[in-house]
Every structure is written in structure tokens, then in C-alpha cells.
Design a protein around this ligand. Structure first.
Ligand code: CUA
Length: 355
């Protein structure tokens, strides 16, 4: 009985370790075995084909091995067993069968590689993706919208991503939408996909993404969201992003803008509400209040988290250049200064109100 239990436990452990726990998608946003785009459909098709072929081969080989072990076991007869030298039929068989199997796997693989490397359709929405340390900048090229750590796209329409980096090599990865693509400084890598999930009117679907290439101490904290809308919802989002956010409460606005100026935030961050705030070293803060998460998909977007982030970003995300004296990227620029507790709170309240 205990041997059976040990066997059962080891089978469960292998299944768990081999990724069976990454299903279903609702509980496991980083699953790679549930596809939501044409791109990942293509990859999953090849993946399933190869998995099934190798499973069948594995089972047949195991059965054959068990048969040979039983049939040719030592039955106690005296002398050597029958000695066999050469068997043309078997040798041909074990050469040709693998060749045929490899052809069955290689042809669809190469076809898929060419398919996903094709140029994007002309009507694709172009988004420039820049991997930064340790967050993502997204620029809607035609619309002139720049945002961070959250891409909004319409389902059913092709999206063409032009992926690059301003720092080290990162890798853009949304497991349910497609494979990884390296973000390399000085080079643009492309990837395009169309979301195949149906989005109900007024609803959205969230896909989680992350950096998939080790890029330094906060690599694990470089996540982002892809939010799919229906066509009307996407058009609404574009309109929203083009209009500057309105902070109705004058006291909040004044205190926030005063803290923004005092902190030297303008040296790194863009914010359409403030004249001259156009820098692109840190994330664009326009409509920060509308984002689901802050700190690159790692903290829920609340005023408390924002205040804590402004004060202790090194604690939340080690190595963040913001506030780091001596970083060459700050040369000749405003250096952020220490803010008082009241100023931090005013700034967090103001940023939360930018919606
Ligand atoms: Cu960026 Cu890992």
C-alpha cells in the first residue's frame, strides 16, 4: 500500500511540476496551454501535435520494453540464450519510422515559424513597446498616446507590436497571447496577434504579461496588463486617453502640483496636465488613476500604495533608478528631492485623482 501511495505521490508531483497546475486560465493567468490569440493558436497547434506524437512513441516504447523484459527474462535454462546478429527489416524500421515522425513534426513547425514571422496586416494597430528598468512603456504610434504597464487593445483586430529596449535585454511575454519576444537595445523586434476571445459589450478581458528575460535585480517585478475591449470600448478608451484628466478638487490639484514641482518629478515623468512635463525616463503619469496596477503590475493601484511607493520605491522594487543619486541618466537634470510626509500624501492623492 505504501508503495502505491509513493507511486501516486510521485505521479502527482510530476504532473504538477510539468505544468498541469497552470490550468484553467481563470485561476492561472500565466498559463501557456490556453490560447486567446491567433498567434498562440498557431504555437499551441505545433505544441499539441509534437506532444501527442511523443506521447504515443513514449507509450509504445514502454510497452515494447515491458514485453521484452518479460519475454526474454532469465527462466533458469542452462547455457546462453539464442544469439542474433543483424536484422535488416528491424534496422530499416527503426531508421525510417523516426525519419517519418520527424518530417511530421518539422513541416508544421517550419510552416508556423514562417506564418508568425509574416508582416502584420496593413490595418493593424501599431504599438511601440519599450522595455525599461523595470517597467514597460507603450506608445500608440498613430494615436500619439504614451502610457505605461497597461496596453488596451480591441479584440478581433490585429495588433502589431514593435518591441525594443532602452537599457538591457528584456523579453515581452503574454503567455495567453503569444510567445516571448526579446526587447533588445538598438533593434526593433516585431510580433503581431489578434485576440480571438469574444469580449462582451462593456466588458473587458485581462491578460497578464511579464518580462521573460533576466534583466537585473527587479526582473521578477516587471509585469504588465493587456486589457481587451470590444470595438466601442476601445474607441472610448482612446478618447479618454486623448483628453487630459480633470482633477475637480482644486485643493487636491494645487497641493499635488506643488508637490510634483517640489519633488522634481518633472525631470523624469510626463504628465499632460503640467506644462513642460514631457520627460520619458520614468512612466508617463497621465491618467495614472485609471490604471489597474502601479509599479509595473506589482501593486494594486491605491492612494496608500502610491504614497508608499513614492517614499520607498527601493524597498518595493530594488534598483529602481528613480531617486538614485549618481545614476548617469540623471546627469544635468533635476534630481528628485526628499518630500515631506504631507507632500507625499498630497502627491499620491493627486496622482490617484488623475482619471
Ligand atoms: Cu526586464 Cu526581465
Amino acid at each position: 500500500m505504501s508503495r502505491f501511495r509513493a507511486l501516486f505521490a510521485s505521479v502527482c508531483a510530476s504532473l504538477w511540476l510539468s505544468g498541469c497546475s497552470l490550468w484553467p486560465a481563470e485561476d492561472n493567468p500565466f498559463t501557456t496551454v490556453e490560447s486567446s490569440s491567433d498567434f498562440s493558436d498557431a504555437i499551441l497547434g505545433v505544441y499539441s501535435l509534437i506532444t501527442w506524437i511523443t506521447c504515443v512513441v513514449g507509450v509504445l516504447v514502454a510497452i515494447l520494453m515491458v514485453y521484452v523484459l518479460i519475454k526474454f527474462r532469465d527462466d533458469g535454462s542452462p547455457g546462453n540464450p539464442e544469439q542474433v546478429h543483424g536484422n535488416t527489416a528491424m534496422e530499416l524500421g527503426w531508421t525510417l519510422i523516426p525519419v517519418v515522425l520527424v518530417i511530421f513534426m518539422v513541416v508544421p513547425t517550419i510552416r508556423t515559424i514562417f506564418e508568425i514571422a509574416d508582416a502584420a496586416p496593413d490595418d493593424a494597430i501599431e504599438i511601440r513597446v519599450v522595455g525599461k528598468r523595470w517597467w514597460w512603456e507603450f506608445e500608440y504610434i498613430e494615436e500619439g498616446i504614451i502610457t505605461a504597464n497597461e496596453i488596451h487593445v480591441p479584440a478581433g483586430r490585429p495588433v502589431n507590436l514593435l518591441i525594443e529596449s532602452d537599457s538591457v535585454i528584456h523579453s515581452f511575454w503574454v503567455p495567453r497571447l503569444g510567445g516571448k519576444r526579446d526587447a533588445v537595445p538598438g533593434r526593433i523586434n516585431r510580433m503581431w496577434w489578434t485576440i480571438t476571445d469574444e469580449v462582451a459589450a462593456g466588458e473587458t478581458i485581462l491578460y497578464r504579461g511579464e518580462c521573460a528575460e533576466y534583466c537585473g535585480e527587479s526582473h521578477a517585478l516587471m509585469k504588465f496588463d493587456v486589457i481587451a475591449h470590444d470595438d466601442a470600448g476601445y474607441a472610448e478608451w482612446l478618447e479618454l486617453m486623448k483628453a487630459p484628466p480633470v482633477v475637480a478638487d482644486a485643493a487636491v490639484r494645487e497641493a499635488g502640483e506643488e508637490a510634483f514641482a517640489a519633488g522634481g518629478c518633472i525631470g523624469c515623468h510626463a504628465l499632460t496636465n503640467i506644462d513642460g512635463a514631457v520627460a520619458r525616463i520614468g512612466p508617463n503619469l497621465t491618467r495614472l488613476g485609471n490604471r489597474r496596477m502601479i509599479a509595473s503590475g506589482t501593486m494594486e493601484n491605491t492612494t496608500e500604495h502610491l504614497a508608499s511607493w513614492i517614499e520607498n520605491q527601493e524597498e518595493w522594487k530594488p534598483g529602481t533608478s528613480y531617486n538614485k543619486l549618481g545614476d548617469p541618466r540623471f546627469d544635468g537634470m533635476l534630481i528628485p528631492v526628499e518630500l515631506s510626509e504631507q507632500q507625499v500624501d498630497a502627491l499620491a492623492t493627486y496622482l490617484s485623482a488623475l482619471q
